[in-house]
Design a protein around this ligand. Structure first.
Ligand SMILES: [Zn+2]
Length: 466
């Protein structure tokens, strides 16, 4: 089934806004509620979902969901079939111990917006659209799917079968949940368990080639620090119709476990997909914590820097191509910007469109940080990997606190002072002196190397796998 350009961009614009985290009010758990068991039944056309929730312990007073779920909720029923009041939340004050509630979700309308992507008979949604949750801290939850014969479900927390335990953040943090008619592929690459859900849509390459593309990206990210940052990853491939670039868009989601959505163009060859930066960029985000919106120049800068470095380390592109991509990326970043400080530019880039300034200013910060660390006998990915146990203590970090936590491993702070300098800039940071020291030189429009440069060995070490 073909997909038109404008429709894709509407869906993408909406998905993009889900990238950054916002502050959430602190919620407290109802002490008497012990757990929730969901059952989900779907029709073949994926137009309607019937969901029931049974509670162990005292039922909560209300169920909540992401804002986009509210208008899809068609009806809510109590234990004896009577309608229950609902709006922004589902009111359970009349629900007694031992009773279950059920509701209908109008999935047909969950399309082309932020809440769903549809391809042919398949759909990708955020689980919270179906699974309204008790307000407050997460409780132990499980879900059982009753699917039409031949349909599959795929999420970071599915392992085949019909009954699934939900990780604590599966409903509080946006995640990926796919219903599809093609069996998800499960494979192990570099010790990483991968579940790959490929949605319907025309692709010039076979499913086996898509699997090889994802395997190559996992191998590249395995060269980060001590190796791939998670034992398991979920990947959703959503064909994006024809286009001149290999991949239209990618997005990482972490609710319920790491999950990456990739939208390759149907016209892309296997070689173009494997050499493309998007999958490596998204997967490398998983090596680093989530941050708030004004700090996204740091997280995107890191992923933009490492998309080039890790591909070169894994041999997906040459070192020359990697440095060339960095030089060209810096040129593109320098060409845009609104004169805001980098912190504000990062916060506002959804409105201003100054993505390249934000991403590539951040990438230059990451390069300068990596060079600084390597001159002290360390490396940026090595340091981030070494501090993983600290970085995973929080779900979302403020950039300054995260960098301070990394700096504590060093004899003297490096990452945060450098970030303060970059973050306050209203223009694009100066790249020339650093590149010259590294021996990355551009002559007549061609990027080449000067092996007599003072930091030529650092330049080589950056692109060399451990
Ligand atoms: Zn990114």
């Amino acid at each position: 089934m073909g997909v038109s350009g404008p429709r894709v961009s509407i869906a993408l614009a909406c998905f993009v806004s889900a990238c950054g985290a916002r502050y959430v009010a602190h919620e407290t758990a109802s002490p008497e509620l012990e757990g929730v068991s969901y059952e989900v039944r779907l029709d073949e056309a994926l137009e309607r979902a019937w969901v029931s929730a049974c509670f162990s312990g005292v039922p909560p007073t209300k169920l909540v969901a992401p804002p986009e779920a509210v208008e899809l909720l068609a009806d809510v029923y109590g234990a004896d079939g009577e309608s229950l009041p609902f709006g922004e939340s589902i009111d359970l004050r009349r629900t007694n111990v031992g009773e279950c509630v059920s509701w209908e979700v109008d999935l047909e309308r969950a399309t082309w917006g932020r809440e769903a992507l549809r391809r042919g008979g398949d759909v990708l949604i955020v689980p919270g659209i179906l699974l309204w949750r008790p307000e407050g801290a997460p409780v132990r939850s499980s879900v059982r799917f009753e699917l039409p014969s031949g349909m599959y479900v795929s999420a970071p927390w599915t392992r085949g079968g019909v009954e699934h335990e939900l990780p604590a953040d599966a409903l509080t943090t946006p995640g990926n949940l796919a219903f599809l008619w093609r069996a998800p592929r499960r494979f192990v690459e570099r010790g990483v368990e991968v579940e790959l859900a490929r949605l319907d849509g025309e692709m010039a390459v076979s499913d086996a080639a898509i699997e090889r593309w994802i395997r190559a990206a996992v191998r590249a990210v395995d060269t980060f620090g001590e190796g791939f940052p998670h034992p398991r990853v979920h990947v959703v491939v959503v064909p994006a119709g024809p286009g001149w670039r290999p991949v239209a868009f990618g997005l990482v989601r972490r609710g319920g476990g790491p999950s990456v959505m990739l939208l390759p163009h149907g016209t892309a060859s296997e070689e173009a997909l494997t050499r493309d930066w998007t999958a490596v960029h998204e997967l490398s985000h998983l090596a680093m914590p989530r941050m708030y919106e004004e700090d996204r120049w740091i997280t995107e800068g890191l992923a933009t820097y490492f998309q080039e470095v890790l591909r070169a380390r894994a041999g997906l592109i040459s070192r020359e191509e990697a440095w060339e991509a960095i030089v060209r990326g810096l040129d593109r970043g320098r060409a845009v910007g609104t004169g805001r400080t980098l912190w504000r530019e990062a916060r506002d880039m959804g409105r201003t469109g100054a993505y390249r300034r934000v991403y590539w200013s951040g990438a230059l910060w990451a390069l300068e940080a990596d060079v600084g660390l390597r001159r002290r006998g360390r490396s940026l990915d090595g340091l981030i990997a070494q501090r993983r146990s600290v970085l995973t203590e929080r779900e979302v970090w403020r950039g300054r606190e995260c960098l301070a936590a990394l700096d504590r491993e060093l004899p003297a702070p490096l990452l945060l002072p450098l970030a303060e300098r970059y973050g306050d800039l209203r223009g694009f940071p100066e790249a020339g002196p650093l590149l010259r020291q590294l021996g990355v030189a551009e002559r007549d429009g061609v990027v080449g190397f000067d092996d007599g440069a003072p930091l030529a060995r650092v330049r080589e070490a950056i692109m060399t796998p451990r």
